[in-house]
Design a protein around this ligand. Structure first.
Ligand code: FAD
Length: 482
């Protein structure tokens, strides 16, 4: 008879679930992971990775369109075949998806294929999947277990999230897309309305604009990328508009009329005026909601809040032996948050000493549009709202040698310090490669670095990273190159 008893059972193999499984195995725990659809979850198959592959094609397109400014001549016009761009992106996902299967095998983690439901503390039943794999890249790995009853001392729910739907504007997969259809378009639309300007909406808006699509972004808040620092968001908006994107803020899509192969979005602005925007498709990017349904959570009395499972800083729910991590455990809904939350959770379970609870104030956020946006910690407005006395430093890409050499001289690095202690409490960036730069400030914040430590740090020349130091110097009236 198959062995069905484990130390840890993890439901969901996204970045939260699979990383937790690996750490559990490293800690000597007998571990199994249940997956109903795709190893690697949304992140590898429909989120972080395939979007970055699409955006890489967009970046090359943008560079090619500016070849002349680099002294290069491109004979003819650069064109994109949508099926080839999508095929590359799907190929990248497939490679990483296979990589997760390999990692499970290497770490001797059992993969149980099917849909899990928690029947009582310490027990799950795995049934047939209600969401069979939608892509041929996801064959059921050989030698995995399937439907049945499994037991474990600890059960971790890592079931992720799915697109939020607005009543009356529900995605239909044809005229109103979610990220699933936007990731794998069967044709290149001529025009698009993107509803919502968070990271997902803006990344798709940026990709399609680079592909020559007429894009209108509609955002209900007063700025694009509403969680970002207002100054950074304003610079990004200007740059996106310069690239030909239309952006409407303090505006909402009130109604969508569907034609046979196009839509009419009725957009209501703050002053009560309605404009009708006709487009081939509308992408609904109004956030995501946790996958908390059909897991048996209600029967167990698991506390939830606004579609997510309520946990403490170590992933514990209110039911003994039941934990939750990643998107299903609430915002920020980011892959690196999911991974870190999982590691904290499993190390606590295994009794690793000195495990720190999750500190949500130090989670970086990145948006890979053109120009990129990245941040960590408090925005200037949030710091002021908290009544903190602050010092703010700024340094523009236009004054950095490497940025000019790259032909990427539009952007800003902004740093926020606590005036009394000198502690770095926020860093915000817009411009080329800032999604790679931000980690420098994340490490600094984690080490509770002050302005002095940063000023004593030597940054290599010529790099974009020099602007990080200059921004710090600027906060203290010592900027050198501006
Ligand atoms: C378009 C897009 C772009 C994104 N870009 C980024 C980015 O650049 N950076 C970033 O950090 N984040 C990004 N994200 C967010 C990121 O994808 C999520 O934060 C991350 O995937 C969450 O990981 P998770 O492990 O919590 O859940 P998921 O990755 O959603 O995985 C959950 C898994 O659980 C499985 N599952 C669900 N219910 C069951 C069940 N009952 N039984 C068995 N299996 C089940 C699902 O099939 C899924 O595979 C993006 C998201 C989208 C949609």
């Amino acid at each position: 008879m198959a062995d069905t008893n484990y130390d840890v059972l993890i439901i969901g193999s996204g970045p939260g679930g699979y990383v937790t499984a690996i750490r559990a195995a490293q800690l000597g725990l007998k571990t199994a992971i249940v997956e109903r659809e795709h190893l690697g979850g949304i992140c590898l198959n429909w989120g972080c990775i395939p979007t970055k592959a699409l955006l890489r094609s967009a970046e090359i397109m943008d560079h090619a369109n500016h070849a002349k400014s680099y002294g290069l001549t491109l004979e003819g016009k650069m064109t994109a075949k949508v099926e080839d761009v999508v095929a590359r992106s799907r190929g990248v996902s497939a490679r990483l998806n296979g990589g997760v299967g390999f990692l499970m095998k290497k770490n001797k983690i059992d993969v149980i294929w099917g849909e899990a439901k928690v029947t009582k503390p310490g027990e799950i039943v795995v049934g047939a999947s209600s969401k069979p794999a939608v892509q041929p890249q996801n064959p059921v790995p050989k030698g995995v277990k399937g439907e049945g009853t499994y037991t474990a001392k600890h059960i971790i729910v890592a079931t992720g999230a799915r697109p939020r739907a607005l009543p009356g504007i529900e995605p239909d997969g044809k005229l109103i897309w979610t990220y699933f259809e936007a990731m794998k378009p069967d044709f290149m639309p001529k025009s698009l309305v993107v509803m919502g300007s968070g990271a997902i909406g803006i990344e798709f808006a940026s990709f399609y604009r680079s592909m020559g699509v007429d894009v209108t972004v509609v955002e209900v808040m007063s700025q694009v990328m509403p969680v970002e620092d207002a100054e950074i968001s304003a610079i990004a908006r200007k740059a996106l508009e310069k690239r030909g994107m239309k952006i409407l803020t303090e505006a909402k899509v009130a109604k969508v009329e569907k034609g046979s192969n196009s839509i009419k979005a009725h957009v209501e602005t703050k002053d009560g005026k309605v404009q009708v925007i006709e487009a081939d498709r509308l992408i609904s990017a109004v956030g995501v909601v946790g996958n908390i349904e059909n897991l048996g959570l209600e029967a167990l009395g698991v506390k939830t809040d606004r579609g997510c499972i309520v946990i403490d800083g170590y992933g514990k729910t209110n039911v003994a032996g039941l934990y939750a991590i990643g998107d299903v455990a609430g915002p920020p809904m980011l892959a690196h948050k999911a991974e870190h939350e999982g590691v904290i959770c499993i190390e606590k379970i295994a009794g690793v000493p000195n495990v720190h609870p999750m500190d949500k104030g130090k989670i970086p956020g990145c948006t890979y549009c053109n120009p990129q946006v990245a941040s960590v910690g408090l925005t200037e407005a949030k710091a002021k709202e908290q009544g903190r006395e602050i010092r703010v430093g700024r340094f523009s890409f236009g004054a950095n040698g490497k940025a000019i050499a790259l032909g990427e001289d539009n952007g800003l690095i902004k740093t926020i310090f606590d005036k009394k202690t000198g502690e770095l409490i926020g860093a915000h960036m817009v411009g080329a490669e800032v999604t790679e730069l931000i980690q420098g400030f994340v490490v600094a914040m984690n080490l509770e670095t002050t302005e002095e430590d940063l000023m004593h740090t030597i940054f290599p020349h010529p790099t974009l990273s020099e602007m990080m130091k200059e921004s710090v110097l600027d906060a203290y009236g010592k900027v050198l190159n501006a």
